[in-house]
Design a protein around this ligand. Structure first.
Ligand code: DC
Length: 224
């Protein structure tokens, strides 16, 4: 039996990973792993439990103890953390910052490894996240690293939040994106970097549909 095919889509926040990965998974009829949501879910659980973020042992415990379920809600994904729908809280910037801090702890990353690999099921998996092609699925069939300039990423995020009625400044978002990039790229474990065999795709100035088509063109048809 050939291994279940995996397409990994890595890259910094705001490069369009989430939207592109979901659309590509839909077009291929494959499963979808939003790995960032796992880190965000642990962050939310840690904040609900009022854990001390400078206590790695407590956070590792929390990672093992947190029940995380994904529910397909007619195209959009709802994330249930310890029985409570945390989808909206997961998307907050503050949760992203929490997740980024938690994601820098090696034992937390190790604790989430097998959970992520369990998503690899027939007929295939689109795995979205910073270390999908480098650490979690090094044998992936196809690896894509999406990039976009920091300004473009801040602009996209700004528009997204504006549509949702959330008021944030562009400059604040840009600063947040640059500092999160730096933290994710510099951390000792699974830093943000493309796998050696990843295809780099700069999405600056491209529409979502154009990016989706370019990614799909990279996925080989199955022979079996
Ligand atoms: O992709 P995202 O914004 O939902 O991710 C939230 C944080 O989780 C991000 O700052 C870095 C971390 N993360 C990670 O370290 N590894 C992943 N595979 C996914 C997310």
């Amino acid at each position: 039996m050939p291994p279940v095919p995996v397409l990994t889509i890595d890259g910094p926040s705001g490069a369009g990973k989430g939207t592109v990965s979901r659309l590509v998974a839909g077009r291929l009829g494959w499963h979808y792993l939003d790995s960032g949501a796992l880190y965000r879910a642990v962050g939310v659980a840690a904040s609900w439990a009022d854990l001390d973020l400078s206590d790695p042992a407590a956070l590792v415990h929390c990672t093992f103890d947190t029940d995380i379920r994904f529910q397909d809600d007619g195209g959009s994904l709802r994330v249930i953390v310890n029985g409570t729908d945390a989808t909206d809280e997961l998307r907050l910037e503050t949760t992203g910052t929490l997740a980024s801090a938690i994601a820098a702890i090696p034992e937390v990353r190790a604790a989430l490894k097998e959970r992520q690999r369990a998503f690899r099921r027939e007929p295939g998996l689109v795995a979205d996240g910073r270390d999908m092609g480098t650490v979690i699925f090094p044998d992936a069939t196809t690896k894509v690293f999406l990039t976009a300039s920091a300004e473009e990423r801040a602009r996209r995020r700004h528009n997204q939040l504006k549509e949702k009625g959330v008021s944030v400044t562009f400059d604040g978002l840009l600063r947040e994106i640059l500092s999160r990039d730096a933290r994710d790229a510099q951390r000792a474990v699974a830093p943000l970097k493309p796998a050696d065999d990843a295809v780099l795709l700069d999405t600056t100035g491209l529409s979502i549909d154009e990016v989706v088509d370019r990614v799909l063109a990279l996925v080989p048809a199955r022979a079996d």
